[in-house]
Design a binder for this molecule. Structure first.
Ligand code: HEC
Ligand code: HEC
Ligand code: HEC
Ligand code: HEC
Length: 410
């Protein structure tokens, strides 16, 4: 309850400080943090002045009612004034880049920016037809959420006869896929599909798979718990340990590779490890770095190093399980408020915001084009399809104009 009050007082305090400065014509004394803030609301005069500016300058893109008239421009109605003002300054100072926005506000002074921010904050964001549609679609969509791991499992049925039900192979000479590095799996399957890696059994199994299915399959296998191969190795694992020192840099000292595109070897089928290593040596498998490293190895070295890695314990677990839209939203709501209705004046509400704009904003953070460290870090690993789903989800949430809720006194 204290937080609510704090927030209310804060928004007001931030309002009054610059306003006092502008109207008195001389710098006001900076309020000390401990000093109690005084409540003040934007006056009708200021809101009306903001409306005049909106009418003249902003309405053709953002609408006079704050409901944007173009996809790339955000709705501004009922957005926190502090946030709007901070963004306007960011455009003006060139911190946030957008040529048209920048041009539009270039001539406006600080007071005008504050007033127009107050005006847009004073408006209700109507529950638009688009948002209503979004509500239906968003709810449906989130209910039938994308489940790439599940889709991968379904697609793996045809692979199980050779690679084992959960990707732990039980046929001698057949590679296990469970717990393998995700990027390596994607690359390997694509290589068979394009025939840049040749194998008579693999080619027909993957020739017709599309990119999405390949990614789902790879995710499914990467998430499975790897087991140490039950096959007997021909070589001597103790002797293989010395050979393996030349491999540790890329495959990890124990054969668990930390590089996403380099395969882990720990616990892999020993026959497969030996055949694969020999294939690089003979140039059948095309990879110049691997070829130069294994070319000095004798037949025995190869068998021994295969035995060493086959006996090593596989770790797996490097792949990230993708979050569902609801799981993402739980995280976003921590800052953006319940259903995207922020109670922090510094943090924008994202409920009922235009879907296309939300996609654009999230993509900009992900591509590190828009400067906010929190948002950048949060969205760095996110995929297009996840962005689309989250955007649809919040576009379909109702905007609440009253977000400061007073808790009754005892
Ligand atoms: C020519 C069209 C255009 C005009 C005129 C315009 N804007 Fe914008 N505005 C945009 C677009 C497009 C964006 C999104 C830019 C981006 O992606 O950074 C935007 C973004 C904003 C944002 C950021 C909002 C957010 O949610 O982060 C604010 C605030 C804003 N405009 C306020 C205004 C105000 C106030 C005016 C009038 C003084 C105005 N704009 C005039 C097109 C316009
Ligand atoms: C008829 C048996 C068979 C089927 C079915 C099969 N594979 Fe394979 N797979 C193999 C063989 C044999 C190899 C090793 C080929 C080689 O040496 O390049 C292999 C290799 C692989 C590799 C490379 C492993 C590594 O460590 O480099 C991947 C990944 C793979 N398969 C995925 C799949 C997927 C996904 C499916 C189902 C869509 C599938 N396989 C179906 C036999 C099969
Ligand atoms: C410079 C890094 C590097 C070093 C050092 C290295 N490897 Fe590799 N290794 C790779 C990469 C990258 C691949 C995947 C190549 C591809 O896509 O075919 C690979 C693939 C393999 C494979 C195929 C695994 C599979 O699942 O199909 C085996 C086996 C292998 N390496 C064994 C070795 C051995 C044994 C050594 C040491 C003697 C070694 N590697 C040293 C980078 C390295
Ligand atoms: C730790 C707090 C925090 C979390 C968690 C967070 N955000 Fe934000 N978000 C912010 C802040 C602060 C801003 C304003 C950043 C700026 O000035 O660019 C922001 C801005 C945004 C914007 C731009 C809004 C606009 O009008 O331009 C979008 C969209 C957004 N966040 C979406 C999300 C989504 C989706 C999630 C969850 C995946 C999320 N945020 C999680 C703090 C957070």
């Amino acid at each position: 309850m204290h937080r609510m009050w704090y927030v209310l007082v804060l928004i007001i305090a931030m309002w009054i400080a610059p306003a006092a400065q502008a109207s008195s014509g001389r710098p006001a004394a900076k309020p000390k943090a401990e000093e109690p803030a005084v409540s003040i609301f934007a006056s009708p005069v200021e809101v009306r002045a903001g409306r005049a500016i909106a009418e003249q300058t902003c309405a053709r893109c953002h609408g006079l009612d704050g409901l944007s008239v173009e996809d790339g421009a955000p709705h501004l109605a009922s957005q926190h004034a502090d946030y709007l003002y901070a963004q306007l300054k960011a455009y003006k100072d060139g911190v946030r880049k957008h040529a048209r926005m920048r041009r539009s506000i270039k001539m406006l002074n600080d007071e005008a920016l504050r007033n127009v921010a107050a005006y847009y904050f004073s408006l209700d964001l109507p529950f638009t037809a688009a948002a209503q549609q979004g509500l239906g679609a968003g709810a449906q969509h989130a209910a039938a959420d994308i489940n790439p791991e599940g889709a991968g499992k379904e697609a793996s049925v045809g692979c199980a006869s050779c690679h084992g039900k959960d990707g732990n192979s039980i046929l001698p000479g057949m590679p296990s896929l469970a717990g393998q590095n995700l990027q390596y799996l994607v690359n390997a399957i694509k290589a068979y599909r394009s025939s840049s890696r040749k194998d008579a059994m693999m080619r027909p199994a993957v020739a017709l798979l599309n990119d999405d299915t390949i990614e789902n399959l790879a995710l499914y296998y990467a998430l499975q718990e790897p087991k140490t191969s039950p096959m007997n190795a021909e070589g001597d694992a103790k002797a293989g340990e010395a050979v393996a020192t030349a491999c540790a840099e890329c495959h990890g000292a124990d054969g668990n590779s930390a590089k996403p595109d380099t395969p882990s070897l720990a616990g892999q089928d020993p026959g497969y490890l030996a055949t694969a290593t020999q294939a690089y040596k003979d140039g059948i498998r095309d990879h110049s770095a691997m070829q130069s490293i294994v070319s000095p190895l004798s037949e025995d070295d190869i068998k021994n190093v295969a035995a060493f890695y086959a006996a090593s314990s596989p770790k797996g677990g490097a792949a990230r399980k993708p979050l569902t839209t609801f799981q993402w939203a739980e995280r976003c709501d921590r800052c953006h408020g319940i259903d995207g209705n922020s109670i922090d004046p510094q943090i924008p509400s994202i409920s009922s915001q235009g879907e296309q704009y939300l996609i654009k904003a999230m993509t900009a953070y992900r591509e590190q084009d828009r400067g906010n460290t929190i948002m950048r870090a949060m969205l760095k690993p996110i995929k297009d399809v996840e962005i689309d789903n989250i955007a649809r989800y919040y576009a379909g949430k109702k905007r609440k104009s009253v977000v400061f809720v007073r808790v009754p006194c005892k």
